[in-house]
Ligand binder design. Sequence first.
Ligand code: PNS
Length: 159
Amino acid sequence: MKTAVCPGSFDPITFGHIDVIQRAAQIFDRVVVAVATNLAKNYFFSDEERLQLAAQSLAHLPNVEIYLAPSLLVDFAKAHQADAIVKGLRGGADFFNEEPMALLNRNLTEIETVFVLADPALAHVASSYVKEVAAYHGSIDKLVPEHVAAAVYNKLAVK
Ligand code: PNS
């Protein structure tokens, strides 16, 4: 049985993330989604909120599990017996950012990173745009599932 870890901040999860995770779930027997923490980022949603929104968005995928990953990604991957890390690429800019992380992770534990090309129809989708568009009262319906859009608007209302 081959297991992949799909890591990300998921702040919040978008249709772009869901597309990549679905692609990974078709290739691997088991996909473990790691709701990770990038120390360089200030998150809009709490860890628990990012986890819950992702879990609800991926509930239709029977071979996908979702957990918070409080540790180094490679330690999380080892704890979950992962054979590879899967990351989505929207284009060259993503590869530019992902390449050093993939090399570092392989250097730390010899785990390979497998890149999956995102659906070009979703190449413009990013969590940062979701929050920016919503903050200016634009529609985010085509970027995130309905329950995620509701959570973004609720959070903006209380901030
Ligand atoms: O969605 P993001 O913010 O691009 O995801 C980046 C993330 C969180 C997957 C990456 O920063 C990460 O793996 N962080 C976990 C801590 C860690 O292992 N850092 C070293 C990874 S190179």
